[in-house]
Design a protein around this ligand. Structure first.
Ligand code: NAG
Length: 213
């Protein structure tokens, strides 16, 4: 009985280790293309002798994605959509801005980001934990770094569409957009009213307006 319990515990611990220790690991092999075959669930990596060059090429950001209500289209290319990135500790995003388009204040809990302007003029910045702002307009060819976990934002201030390529030092940086996190997550109205000093009517309006931003 004791033996069975111990075995069960070890098996459980082993299965859970993928979840608990799910940080970006140091690779112990050349690559580990994430296994997307449901049948071979037991192995994290696709059999490397079956790998082809196509496993290391991603063609999904030749054109902008779908634009949201703030005039932004962001296509995140993490290990979920590009299995070849798995265990390599990096990923990226293509973001396109309509004229005046905004990337609302957000942060990436697991990665520092460098944002390289491919096209256009973008007011770009972040806020540190002392609420000090670092922001300016950057142009085509310039790069800004947003330190890990800090709030940042961008707006196309030029008179043409703009594009950036964001790079992350995590294969799955995560992204938390402040308007949606606050007004679209189901936090009690009473709390939001007190937190922001607004009436219940004003909070309802913000929820309707910003819940998906
Ligand atoms: C990987 O694929 C090769 C070629 O099909 C095969 O010989 C080998 O047994 C496979 N390895 C594993 C661990 O499945």
């Amino acid at each position: 009985m004791v033996y069975k319990t111990v075995v069960l515990f070890v098996v459980l611990l082993f299965n859970m280790s993928y979840v608990i220790f799910a940080s970006d690991p140091d690779p112990v092999q050349d690559f580990c293309i994430a296994n997307t075959e449901p049948a071979s669930h037991s192995s994290q990596c696709k059999n490397s002798s079956l790998a082809t060059v196509e496993d290391f090429v991603f063609s999904g950001i030749k054109v902008p994605g779908k634009f949201g209500p703030t005039g932004l289209s962001g296509v995140s290319v993490n290990s979920n959509v590009f299995p070849g990135l798995n265990t390599l500790g990096m990923s990226f995003v293509r973001a396109d801005f309509k004229v005046g388009g905004v990337n609302v204040p957000h942060f990436h809990p697991r990665a520092t980001e460098t944002a390289f302007v491919l096209e256009g003029k973008i007011y770009s910045g972040f806020v540190d934990t002392n609420n000090r702002i670092f922001a300016k307009v950057i142009e085509k060819g310039e790069v800004m770094v947003f330190p890990r976990g800090l709030l940042h934002f961008q707006m196309n201030v030029g008179d043409t569409p703009a594009t950036i390529l964001g790079s992350f030092d995590s294969q799955n940086p995560g992204s938390q957009r402040i308007p949606a996190a606050i007004f679209g997550s189901g936090i009690k109205d009473k709390l939001l009213e007190k937190a922001f000093g607004l009436s219940s009517k004003e909070i309802s309006k913000l929820k309707k307006k910003l819940g998906s931003h």
